[in-house]
Design a protein around this ligand. Sequence first.
Ligand SMILES: C[S@@+](CC[C@H](N)C(=O)[O-])C[C@H]1O[C@@H](n2cnc3c(N)ncnc32)[C@H](O)[C@@H]1O
Length: 222
Amino acid sequence: MKIKPILPLLILSGALPASQDVARHTQEELHRLHQDTKAYIASLEDPQRDAYQKPHEVVTALDLKDGEVIADVGAGAGYFSLRFANHVGERGRVYAVDISPDMVRHLNRRIRDLKLRNVVTVLAEPDDPLLPDGSIDRFFLCNTWHHIDGQSRYLALMKRILKPGGQVVMIDFQKKELPVGPPVEMKIAREDLIRQMETNGFRLVKEHNFLPYQYFLIFAVQ
Ligand SMILES: C[S@@+](CC[C@H](N)C(=O)[O-])C[C@H]1O[C@@H](n2cnc3c(N)ncnc32)[C@H](O)[C@@H]1O
């Protein structure tokens, strides 16, 4: 695997610069960032993030189909949702699910400005994506799983919401010191996530290894 040069580690002090998502965060810095929606959005949308997040490669690897229905849980500012919109076609749908009213408002503005007709925002509950049963081909979660409350119950809900043959895609930071992302104690190890998914009735069906700091796992219902 070829790893791109690591981006410079920003030293965070009082103010939170827009480009901070390329830096490592302490819990306190993250908490402050999450209180400041503008800065949070700027960090998620920071073009420097693309160097390690590789959005084009991720979307290509997903091989989205015309007419597919994908739910981006923890959609944030729409980093992936808005890209997915170009790949599922007019008959397809992207549900951009988030619990933050500020993020959902921001997304609604972007959807309107980009004149997208196949992206629908959902203001969800922390323990429920509020999607109809049997409605989704794929769940997609990037850097979001550790935010979810009551994960076993959430996985049971996801099973109900998935169409037959549906999948859950999880991208998250490797549980070790990295130049980007949350502190180690907030991360979920790849092996622990796989175990948790298996315990809750999912099995790993595919893994991509081109992201330098994150695992990229695809699960199906067992
Ligand atoms: C680190 S951001 C990731 C955003 C996006 N997935 C990306 O890769 O740019 C996490 C997002 O998850 C949202 N979130 C936190 N808890 C959530 C929950 N229980 N259900 C849905 N979204 C949640 C937050 O509001 C935030 O927008």
